[in-house]
Design a protein around this ligand. Structure first.
Ligand code: UD1
Length: 396
């Protein structure tokens, strides 16, 4: 039976890697809320590609974020870019043909995002009023203009084949228009990652992670580092570590260490920089711990004196929390965090990283503005646009 006769549509959410979970959670909640009082009904189904699979990179986040268990797990695991993307595509095609959703929602810029969008763009449904699902990209239009980043390729290509593009900041609109995307497809709605942050901030304060680690508010710096451009080449990684070592003489650094970075530390023999979980020295003030769950990490971030990172999402989260953020990258796809937020881009030069951290420690930083529409309601703005589009596309 054609579902649309009942005024009901099927939405398929795709998640794959750690940062996806925070972005899909508020959308699932907003759709549930929509269904309580509005039409059309939007049935939901959650697909996990399995790009991230460790308990600490995946399952823990489902628990903390209150995400339902995935209805379908493709179980792809890690591999080279080509193999991982191809495996997701092969497995996702079967799922699409079996369930024939009216829309798929992909978020962010990981391999799972482009892989599933690309399958959807070329699928041919039979016995369905749609030829293919509507492709919805949430967090569209961000550009680092650095095509050596795998994520930049994923962003560019996903946006080209999406039907609805939801953006987090004004710069994204300029980027999309320049690339020939028509204005009617673009919607400035705010930031779903910030929806999740604001939703969980109070609960995160109950985490006892500071006590567990023996830390005091504002007396530590928090570090994350996992970009291939920073950790996959020994010389670059070493330069960053030397800077961090210098900074750690003034303030201890807590480092929840991503699996990619763990592997590089071991293969390059860099354990001497660290104490803790992966450390080779007890007296190092750069203390490694295992990757943290969402609530513990949020608590640590919200009470840090300073955050050093190469993550995309953390630049946004620190902006909302008003915590000084030093981004160890040459570029950012999130310029609003610099223009209006608490982010400083320093690159990988040792002297520049140290100088930026010292400026913060000397009190140079002043809290700045929260970007427009980063108010916790992005998902609520997305759902009616999606519902309307599905109704418009419906056969009459
Ligand atoms: C991926 C995303 C990146 C995102 C990051 C967040 C792409 C191209 N990259 O990078 O944008 O910022 O996730 O974490 O999609 N590994 C584990 N356990 C896991 C997952 C990975 O041990 O659960 C190890 C594997 O050995 C793997 C390596 O970490 O080879 C890297 O994982 P991968 O998913 O390939 O890329 P990330 O660096 O995590």
């Amino acid at each position: 039976m054609d579902k649309t006769k009942n005024n009901e549509f099927l939405i398929m959410h795709v998640v794959g890697a750690r940062p996806n979970f925070m972005k899909i959670a508020p959308l699932i909640r907003a759709i549930e809320k929509h269904n309580q009082k509005s039409y059309p009904k939007l049935r939901q189904i959650l697909v996990h590609t399995g790009q991230h699979y460790d308990e600490k990179m995946s399952a823990l986040f489902f628990d903390h974020l209150g995400l339902p268990r995935p209805d379908i797990d493709l179980g792809v695991g890690s591999a080279s870019h080509a193999v991982q993307t191809a495996e997701i595509m092969k497995r996702f095609e079967k799922v699409l043909l079996e369930h024939r959703p009216d829309a798929i929602i992909v978020v962010g810029d990981v391999n799972s995002t482009i892989a599933c969008a690309l399958v959807a763009a070329k699928i041919e449904y039979t016995n369905h009023h749609r030829r293919k699902p509507l492709i919805v990209h949430v967090e569209a239009g961000l550009r680092s203009f650095d095509r050596t980043m795998p994520e930049e390729i994923n962003r560019l290509l996903t946006d080209q084949i999406s039907d609805l593009l939801f953006i987090t900041e004004e710069s994204a609109k300029e980027n999309l228009l320049r690339e020939g995307i028509t204005e009617e497809k673009i919607f400035f709605v705010g930031n779903v990652m910030i929806d999740t942050l604001l939703h969980h901030l109070e609960k995160a304060q109950q985490s006892d992670i500071l006590e567990k680690l023996g830390l005091k508010e504002k007396q530590y710096a928090l570090l994350t580092l996992h970009r291939p451009s920073n950790v996959d080449r020994k010389e670059t990684f070493l330069q960053i570590l030397e800077a961090l070592e210098e900074i750690s003489r003034e303030i201890p650094i807590i480092f929840p260490i991503h699996p990619r970075t763990q592997q590089r530390v071991k293969s390059f023999g860099l354990e001497r920089f660290f104490s803790g979980f992966l450390g080779g020295r007890n007296d190092s003030q750069i203390r490694t711990i295992e990757p943290l769950g969402y609530l513990d990490f949020l608590k640590l971030m919200s009470l840090a004196r300073l955050v050093l990172t190469d993550s995309g999402g953390i630049q946004e989260e620190t902006t909302v929390l008003g915590i000084p953020c030093i981004t160890i990258r040459e570029n950012t796809e999130r310029p609003v965090t610099i223009k209006e937020g608490s982010n400083t881009l320093v690159g990988t030069n040792k002297g520049k990283i140290i100088a930026a951290a010292q400026a913060v420690l000397n009190g140079a930083f002043t809290k700045r503005k929260i970007p427009p529409l980063w108010d916790g309601r992005a998902a609520e703005r997305i759902v009616p646009v999606l519902a309307q589009k599905l109704l418009e596309d419906r056969p009459r």
